[in-house]
Design a protein around this ligand. Structure first.
Ligand code: HEC
Length: 119
């Protein structure tokens, strides 16, 4: 029993560490890719916070494809209503196509965004 509890506690530490790393990794990539002016993980700026994006799309079919397409081709008016749903204020009605990233980079950051802890 004691060993079991120790194992559970250790798993908890590893898990929490992994989640914190995901936040840091998303922040790092967002900065590198030039997204940070409009996005943060937990704060609404011109665009929605990445954690809320994760909450909205996690588990939905085609979540990854949809988000990659939005990054590469731009996105418009999707988040005005969603913002109300999550009680956040998004300052811009559209995201211009992000020409600074290629498909592979977009996929990489979307994978990480969808991994963010949303509890
Ligand atoms: C000029 C500001 C701006 C920049 C720069 C920007 N975004 Fe956005 N982003 C927005 C806005 C505004 C929205 C909400 C668009 C909407 O309502 O459809 C958005 C939405 C999104 C969404 C959700 C799209 C959807 O389909 O729901 C993702 C994912 C995203 N951005 C990722 C990124 C990434 C990754 C970068 C950097 C490569 C980036 N954004 C750069 C403003 C920006």
């Amino acid at each position: 029993m004691k060993n079991f509890l120790v194992a559970v506690a250790a798993a908890g530490v590893v898990l929490t560490g992994a989640l914190a790393d995901t936040t840091k990794e998303v922040e790092k990539l967002a900065k590198q890719y030039g997204c940070s002016g409009c996005h943060a993980v937990d704060k609404a700026k011109a665009g929605p916070p990445y954690r809320i994006i994760a909450k909205e799309y996690k588990g939905k079919p085609n979540a990854k494809e949809t988000l990659v397409k939005s990054i590469l081709g731009g996105s418009m008016m999707k988040w005005q209503m969603k913002g109300r749903k999550y009680k956040i204020k998004i300052k811009m009605a559209y995201m211009p196509a992000q020409h600074g990233v290629n498909k592979q980079q977009a996929e990489k950051i979307v994978d990480l965004i969808l991994k963010l802890d949303t509890k």
